[in-house]
Each structure stands twice: as C-alpha cells, then as structure tokens.
Design a protein around this ligand. Structure first.
Ligand SMILES: [Zn+2]
Ligand SMILES: [Zn+2]
Length: 361
C-alpha cells in the first residue's frame, strides 16, 4: 500500500469514528440544545431586564406582498413597565414571540388605520394576550372610526374558539370575561392635526393625522417617555403635518414605497397578462411616501434617526436595499436604518444613546 493510500485510510478511519461518536451523542446533544432554548424562552420576559427607557420592537417591517423575511406592519413598545403594540400585520405576532416580547402583558393595541394589512394578525394577538396574560378584561384596542365595528367582528369570529379555550384551560387562565376586544375610537378634532390618546405617568401617546386617501382616517403616532421619543408614520404619502408633530423625536419609523421598483412590477404584471395586479401596482404609489420623501420628513422633524419599515416592495436580496435607499442620505442628515424584523431600538431614559440590535432567535 502506498503512503498516500495509508494516509487516506487513516483519515477515513477518523471520520468514521467521529461519525459514530456523533451518532452516539446526537440525542443528548439535541436534548441539551433544546432544553437551553426552552429555559431561555418559554414563560420568560426578557423585556423586564431592559433599562428604564423607551424600547421599540420591529415586529413587522414588510408590506402585504409575500415576503419570507418581513412580516406585515407592526411595531411594539416597551416604556417603563407598559407594553403597547402599534398595528398587527400578518405574521407579526410570531415575530414578537421570537423577539421575547411579552404579548400577555400588552396593555393596549393602537391601529394606524383600517387597511387589512395592518390588522391581519389581530386574531392571534387577541387570543395570545388573553390566555398568556390570563386577562380578566378584554384587550383594549384604539384606532380610527370603524375600530369598534372591527373589534366586534373579530370578537364574534373568535367566540366559539374562546369557549374551547375556557373549557380546556379553565376560567382562571381563560376567563370568558377577558376574551375578545374592547374598542375605542380616536377622533382628531376638526382643525387639529393631532390629539393625545394616552397619558400614563411619564408616558404619552399622541395620534397624528396623516394622508392616505382614499382612507380618510389614517393616523401616525408619537410616543414620549422620560425625555425620549419616537414617531410612527403608519401609512402616509409625504405629509408635513407628520413632520411637525414628530418635531425633535429621537427616531422616526417611516413607511416607504420605491416607485421605480413598483413601476417595474407593474410593467411585468402587464407583460405577463395580469391586468388586476398591474392596476393595483399603478394605484399604490400615490398614497405612500417614497424613501427620499420619508427622509425629507425626518429632516424637517429634526429627528436623529430614521428607520424604514412597511417597505414596499419586498427586497429578497440585501443589495436591493441599496437601490431603495438611493438619494436618502442627501435628504436626511441623521442616521438611516433599513428596518428588519427582529430589530430592537433602545432609548434609555436620562441619556442620548440609541442602541440598535437584532434580537430575533
Ligand atoms: Zn394603508
Ligand atoms: Zn399598509
């Protein structure tokens, strides 16, 4: 046998021993890993270890278009011991779960407007917050006119499911009195651009009128807590009212649609014989802001950071984000971030830090 053949034989022998050892220990290794993940994630609340301040979870950075990387519109907030959610797009509750956000402790849901891509995940939120939080009162949901009818519809659609949960887990965990939603409609008085909708200790939430015609009642929100602040655009075309209401915030979360990419989608739909998709693609740019327009709004507001969320269209390759962001750094002098599901932005109270990390597991 040649020297090379002997070496190859020895290597093969080691590989076989390694494989056999792995097979032998595969089960204990798998059990160790899964137990570690279970201990770290099941029933825990990592948000309670965050420093006092304002923390925003990007639970849905995408649009209604199919996207494996991005859930539908959703941002969640931890401010002191209060937990709030703003919009519940499709898939967003699962992202929140993977971010360690305590859905059972959600005190209130705010809807920006009643386009379905902003409440597709409402059923999941309703059931999860009820059972995980052992709620004795329905989850409060606030939004534009129409929110009461929406909440009644969801509560009714899930009524039978609620009886199963109570029968299975008992009324201490699944109290029938805590099932469903308790809705309140936010009305911004004529002549005003904003109205305070929550005042709780150091925490203030303000609803802001934005432009999303033909949706007449579309709101953004501003959240202030102990000197730190963020503003959420919801769905809006370029709107200086939002910039004024967001004056001086640390971070603006703004939606944006890339008109050139959507134009290419429209042309493709037409070429491929889908008139309905071509029509939708030609309609939507009018009621969304372009990335550069969102950057101008952030500049006008004097924000320190701009985070894009509810971005259209999907960007399956990270280099496409470069196309989306073209021209934005000339329009905005602050820090620009492309929001991704799982991002968490932390603004500790009593300072100026803006910590940005992805906490998805
Ligand atoms: Zn919309
Ligand atoms: Zn939308």
């Amino acid at each position: 046998m040649s020297r090379r053949a002997r070496i190859a034989l020895v290597i093969l022998g080691f590989a076989a021993i390694g494989l056999a050892a792995f097979k032998l220990f595969e089960r204990p290794i798998a059990l160790y890993l899964v137990q570690r993940a279970i201990d770290a994630n099941v029933g825990t609340d990592p948000s309670k270890d965050l420093p006092d301040g304002l923390h925003v979870y990007v639970c849905g950075s995408g649009s209604p278009m199919a996207d494996a990387e991005r859930a539908g519109a959703c941002l969640a907030v931890a401010a002191g011991d209060t937990r709030l959610i703003f919009d519940t797009g499709s898939g967003s509750m699962r992202v929140l779960g993977r971010m360690g956000f305590p859905v059972g402790k959600t005190e209130q849901l705010f809807l920006t407007h009643l386009h379905s891509d902003h409440f597709d995940g409402l059923g999941e939120l309703m059931v999860q917050s009820w059972v995980q939080g052992a709620r004795h009162k329905p989850l409060p949901v606030s939004g534009p006119p129409g929110t009461i009818a929406l909440a009644e519809g969801f509560t009714k659609a899930y009524a039978l499911d609620a009886t199963y949960r109570t029968a299975h887990h008992g009324p201490e965990i699944a109290d029938p009195a805590g099932a469903g939603l308790a809705a309140e409609e936010i009305v911004i008085p004529p002549g005003a651009d904003s109205v305070v909708v929550l005042n709780k200790g150091d925490l203030t939430v303000t609803a802001i009128r934005v432009s999303h015609d033909p949706v007449k009642d579309a709101y953004g929100y501003r959240i202030d807590y102990k000197g730190r602040s963020v503003a959420i655009s919801g769905d809006t075309a370029y709107d200086e009212r939002f910039a004024r209401a967001a004056k001086g915030v640390d971070v603006i979360f703004h939606e944006a649609l890339d008109r050139e990419l959507v134009r290419r989608m429209q042309a493709a739909a037409k070429r491929n014989g889908s008139a309905p998709i071509a029509k939708v693609m030609s309609d939507i740019p009018g009621y969304h802001a372009s990335p550069v327009e969102a950057a101008k709004v952030a500049q006008m507001a004097g924000a320190r950071m701009l985070v894009y969320y509810h971005t259209i269209p999907p960007m399956p390759y990270s280099m496409v984000e470069g196309l989306f962001l073209e021209g934005t750094d000339e329009a905005f002098g602050g820090e620009i971030r492309m929001g991704h599901d799982g991002d968490r932005i932390s603004l500790p109270a009593g300072g100026t830090a803006m910590d940005y990390e992805n906490v998805l597991f």
